[in-house]
Design a protein around this ligand. Structure first.
Ligand SMILES: C[S@@+](CC[C@H](N)C(=O)[O-])C[C@H]1O[C@@H](n2cnc3c(N)ncnc32)[C@H](O)[C@@H]1O
Length: 233
């Protein structure tokens, strides 16, 4: 793990700049039931489908979460934010048939949010922040939402104990091994996970969200070390 937060951000940015063209193929091999997981986010947004909801997609990558949201909420106005310009370029291509989407290249922590978002969503991006920075950023997200707005995050998480984490790791490796050799998992993907990812205990994150003031805090989808969770302002 790099010493400083900025160093990790640079490593993460380079990783996704380099991987942008293959991302959509790779992600299904690495993340169990990825479509199902991100699909749960759009489904949990509690507004009428015809509303002009305002949404922020943090670490939008190639635009998969935003695509789901546009399919369910055709009038949604979405801002897609990502560090990696090449991921944003892929998102722009994928989302070109939809209107009302703006793109912002940069660190989502530096984005100047208005305080009237109906939904702030994220998938597989916030685990790159240290736990202190996650807590701080969850508060920033809370302030970006209007009362009644929601925050949902799909992410890699830790279990409540080492015993559970051992099980989660076995199940994750078993899933990846459907499409990737165990040699490659152990020489490439697990070291990348060690270097770049800082998953936090899911049970702690639910407490942080409640302490900030979120209501209806819950886990809406879970498969071992992957979960979708959030709440309502
Ligand atoms: C694993 S990808 C997930 C992409 C997309 N959300 C999805 O689920 O398909 C993580 C993305 O988050 C972006 N990211 C990570 N940290 C970020 C930060 N601090 N600010 C903006 N984007 C960030 C990366 O550049 C990358 O595109």
């Amino acid at each position: 793990m790099p010493e400083k937060d900025e160093d990790l951000t640079e490593i993460v940015k380079k990783h996704f700049q380099d991987e942008a063209a293959e991302f959509d193929k790779i992600i299904h091999c690495l993340v169990p039931f990825y479509n199902n997981m991100i699909g749960s986010i759009a489904y949990a947004i509690p507004f009428n489908n015809s509303m002009h909801i305002k949404v922020a997609d943090l670490g939008c990558g190639t635009g998969n979460v935003s695509k789901n949201i546009k399919e369910r909420f055709p009038n949604a106005k979405i801002v897609c934010i990502d560090l990696a310009e090449k991921m944003i370029e892929m998102a722009e291509i994928k989302l070109s048939e939809y209107g009302n989407i703006t793109y912002h290249v940069g660190d989502f922590r530096d984005f100047k949010f208005d305080e009237d978002f109906d939904a702030v969503v994220s998938s597989l991006a916030l685990h790159h922040l240290t736990n202190e920075n996650k807590k701080r950023f969850y508060l920033q997200i809370y302030h970006a939402l209007r009362p009644g707005g929601v925050f949902y995050n799909a992410d890699s998480v830790l279990g409540a104990s080492d015993r559970l984490n051992d099980i989660y790791m076995e199940k994750w490796k078993e899933y990846m091994n459907r499409n990737i050799s165990m040699g490659k998992i152990e020489s490439k993907w697990l070291p990348k996970h060690e270097e770049e990812d800082i998953p936090a205990k899911l049970v702690d994150q639910l407490d942080w969200l409640r302490d900030i003031g979120f209501r209806d805090v819950d886990v809406i989808w879970k498969y071992y070390n992957f979960a979708v969770y959030g709440g309502l302002k």
